[in-house]
Design a protein around this ligand. Sequence first.
Ligand SMILES: Cc1ncc(COP(=O)(O)O)c(C=O)c1O
Length: 388
Amino acid sequence: MRKAERMKEFGTSVFSQLAAYKQSKISQGYDMIDLSIGSPDLPPPSFIRKTLAFYANNPDTYGYTLEGTHEFHEAVASYYEMNHHVSLNPNKEVACLMGSQDGLVHLPMAFANPGDVILVPDPGYTAYATGIAMAQAVPFFMPLRKENSFLPDLQAIPEEIAKRAALMFLNFPGNPVPALATESFFEEVIEFAKRYEIIVVSDFAYSELYYDGQKPISFLSIPGAKEVGVEMNSLSKSYNMAGCRIGYVCGNEQVIEVLTHFKSNLDYGVFLPIQKAAVAALTKGASFCEENRRIYQSRRDRFIDGLISMGWHVERPKASMFIWAEIPKGWTSVEFAYALMDRAHVVVTPGQAFGPNGEGFVRIALVQEEERLMQAVENMKKSGIFTG
Ligand SMILES: Cc1ncc(COP(=O)(O)O)c(C=O)c1O
């Protein structure tokens, strides 16, 4: 069968190779502990599930919604006001998405011509590359380096690249690097974006997963942000609703108008009961988020203490569900990930899967119960990998 040329851009990812290898180990009888996926293992709280079930049982909720309901837009606006002191016009500065992925992969189609540059973090979340490939744009990697607190160095972007850039993706707290942005960094971004007329896309999918009381900063809370960009947010991680496929974009009115127009040609909106469940989450979910953070923080601390006790000194993430762990010298991240699967029956993601600057690290997702995480530590301890 003849495939379109552009399919070459969508190669078999490291993720599917890992999944296949994990599956082969399972069929050989191994109990594999999967810490490779960024999907929450816990369910949404019962008030969200009940809302979804209640509306799903109503025969009048099955039509196309076309776009977000006014109630959903209002819920997003009041959530932003309450959590980030950002005021949004619910009619013009908010749009409903089928998961934030929907916005992330489609924005380049709406704003970049073939050959335009899109600035992306490296390592970065893989959906940015997908959107860039769909739009036939060109990525320019902004390295996230430990010595720069994993923030991109805007001064290092060559002038001719900045002039050709249509969009800049940012992701704090990030996947795979769980770094937090600072106000001064965002101020610098706004100035840069204004100078080169670049649209900034802040991916804030992990905004509710933060620890030690250090709340991540919304890009939109910085003066001038709305003039240059938007923020994508999601209910997937904050409320464990990943399978529901609901998220939203907020901020710059023109960007939202164009994206909404583009999407009106692609989809017919999110199922109404899911929007109702999302409204319940956004308006009544604060204490659940608090409890969810407690669970992840406790997992993080026990797991990292375990790793440190066996000699693997990894950094304790301040946010997100990931540990960005520097691997021992002498391994590539892919070799190391396969060795962990073979010798410890633990599945992690090699950093290289997220871009060239991911080499030397693996991403570990805290998506298992504490007992299972401690089992993973035990297996790693026995594997001999950390004793040379
Ligand atoms: C950084 C980041 N952004 C966005 C998404 C997409 O989330 P969703 O489409 O479920 O909202 C993910 C999912 O893993 C992610 O890690």
